[in-house]
Design a protein around this ligand. Structure first.
Ligand SMILES: Nc1ncnc2c1ncn2[C@@H]1O[C@H](COP(=O)(O)OP(=O)(O)OP(=O)(O)O)[C@@H](O)[C@H]1O
Ligand SMILES: [Mg+2]
Length: 193
């Protein structure tokens, strides 16, 4: 079964930035083995696998170690909306983190990005611990910046084939997001729980 997250029309810029973030973070996460869903774009919105339940208890999850290692990833992409409610599971009990619509520059004025840039931002710790957090940081460091930025550009371009946005606003997203990722990668170790 599929779940469709419909396009938001109330803010043209951040509605589109949200799609940039969702598509990019999904692809980045999938490359790095982070438990995020694959998403695809359609004219109605983002389509992904339907997850039937929320995760309340860590013992319910089959891929708990994988999930614990995902915390630095969520911090890296500046996901200010990671909360336990966004932890869901499929029929087999595999946990996934949903909703990356508030990552990177999406739904944030620039002054706010500066304010939170060097702080932990997630509101749920994925039951992580020092060991898994460090492993998660290593996963992030395994990716080179060039491939990361190519992926960012590709994801943005794919969204732009569905929704138009002024090129200076697109460039703002690309530049700020790339800086966020550079900057926070260096800080991650100091965020440990
Ligand atoms: N793949 C999925 N399968 C089933 N339910 C989902 C899936 N993704 C999200 N949901 C549910 O739908 C809700 C809204 O989705 P999401 O969080 O991505 O959108 P949102 O625009 O941020 O909405 P909200 O403000 O409610 O968080 C989630 O909180 C979750 O309960
Ligand atoms: Mg949400």
């Amino acid at each position: 079964m599929k779940f469709t997250k419909r396009f938001k029309e109330e803010d043209e810029v951040h509605g589109t930035y949200e799609l940039f973030s969702e598509l990019f973070v999904s692809r980045l996460g999938n490359i790095l083995g982070i438990p995020v869903l694959e998403v695809s774009l359609t004219h109605e919105g983002l389509v992904m696998e339907y997850l039937p339940r929320k995760v309340i208890n860590p013992t319910d999850i089959r891929n708990l170690a994988q999930l614990k290692k995902a915390l630095p990833f969520e911090e890296w992409v500046l996901n200010i909306d990671l909360k336990q409610d966004h932890l869901m599971a499929d029929e087999e009990g595999n946990g996934y983190i949903v909703d990356h619509g508030h990552s990177l520059l999406s739904w944030k004025p620039l002054y706010y990005v500066y304010e939170i840039m060097n702080k932990p931002v997630t509101r749920f710790n994925l039951w992580s611990d020092e060991y898994h957090f460090k492993e998660g940081v290593e996963i992030i460091r395994s990716l080179d910046k060039k491939s990361r930025d190519v992926l960012l550009k590709e994801s943005v371009n794919e969204v732009l084939s569905y929704r138009k946005l002024d090129s200076s606003l697109v460039n703002d997203f690309l530049e700020v997001s790339s800086k966020i990722l550079d900057y926070r990668e260096k800080l991650l170790c100091s965020f440990k729980n």
